[in-house]
Design a protein around this ligand. Structure first.
Ligand code: HEM
Length: 319
């Protein structure tokens, strides 16, 4: 068990604190060096010193020593595994050792942090996905994917269920807006050339996210089972036989028969409420993880060294 205090410096001046410290030290030794008691005694000494029993210079040195002891103690080090984050290494360790901070990249481009750089379009897309999930779960309580009752279910939901019309419209609007925001996000990423290395894999994940967002929207469109839904999906699925190689097989897989009917409705329902949301959630997790690993949003390249030096010189002449 190491000594808990540097008594040499403060011996004469802090009589009371010294006595208390020795008392604590003895207890620490006699309890097989419990780190908890050591920490506790340091805290008590801190309180005594704060109470103004000793001169300010002594206070400072004693507090410094106490702080140092605290930071070196096993309890402290078990919680914080790195030093104060004033070096690049410690800054990285702090980011990686914290459950919340580790979701962010260790370093980000200052330019890319501006709202007007990303317009938060990716974040908005994610937010809309969450809205869709929550409102979709609500709708599931009132909807049965049966061609005999689906249309009536939606009518009742809109007219007889508390907040039914509101939630249904939130779901519809969020779906349309998500298609818009994901498309704009894709355009923004392309405009900034953020598809280039090292982000090319995330671009591919993004393309998958884009298509799955469209599939989610397409499958949801059939569910109200009204005239517009049935005929829109009839037109959409009639494109399937033109798929290269697969041809008619693609149509049969989509509709489950030779026209849009009950098998189509149940297929679209399962795809809409289970398959596509799960795939999207999984792809989003990979997408966000890659954003972190690729160093956050790609900012513009830093200005050449010579330009930076000129800026510094101009700045110092002005001041
Ligand atoms: C469900 C759809 C999507 C969600 C929730 C989403 C989410 C995000 C978020 C939150 C960011 C951080 C920066 C920002 O907000 O712009 C981001 C960046 C990025 N996204 Fe998406 N995204 C989606 C779809 C897409 C699509 C369709 C593409 C491209 C085909 C794409 C490619 C990228 C790339 C390459 C980055 C890095 C951008 C950069 O470094 O500037 N994402 N995404």
């Amino acid at each position: 068990m190491p000594a808990i205090f540097n008594w040499e410096d403060n011996h004469n001046k802090e009589h009371k604190a010294t006595q208390y410290g020795w008392f604590c030290a003895i207890i620490c030794h006699s309890t097989m060096g419990s780190q908890w008691i050591e920490l506790f005694s340091i805290l008590i000494i801190g309180m005594i010193l704060r109470g103004g029993m000793v001169s300010s210079t002594t206070k400072k040195s004693v507090l410094d020593t106490a702080t140092q002891k605290l930071v070196e103690s096993q309890v402290w080090r078990s919680i914080f595994r790195h030093g104060y984050p004033d070096t690049p290494l410690n800054q990285s360790l702090v980011m990686m050792g914290n459950v919340f901070l580790h979701l962010h990249p260790v370093k980000v481009s200052r330019q890319a942090m501006r709202v007007t750089y990303t317009w938060c379009l990716g974040g908005i897309s994610f937010f809309l996905f969450l809205v869709l999930t929550l409102t979709g779960v609500f709708l599931m309580f009132f909807y049965v994917p049966d061609t005999g009752v689906a249309y009536q279910n939606i009518q009742q939901l809109s007219s007889a269920v508390a907040f039914g019309n509101l939630v249904r419209n939130m779901h519809r609007w969020a779906a349309h807006l998500m298609v818009v925001s994901v498309t704009l996000h894709m355009i923004r990423v392309f405009y900034h050339g953020a598809y280039k290395p090292p982000r090319e894999f995330n671009w591919v994940i993004g393309v998958c996210l884009f298509f799955f967002t469209l599939f989610l929207s397409f499958t949801g469109y059939l569910l109200p089972w009204d005239q517009i839904a049935i005929w829109a999906i009839t037109v959409g699925t009639n494109l399937a036989p033109y798929t290269p190689i697969l041809g008619d097989a693609a149509y049969k897989v989509l509709t489950g028969g030779s026209s849009v009917g009950q098998p189509t409705l149940i297929r679209f329902y399962v795809a809409h409420v289970i398959f596509f949301p799960l795939v999207l959630a999984l792809l989003m997790a990979v997408h966000f993880w890659r954003i972190r690993k690729d160093g956050g949003a790609a900012g513009p390249p830093p200005p050449p060294r010579r330009e930076q030096e000129t800026e510094v010189l101009v700045g110092s002449t002005r001041s």
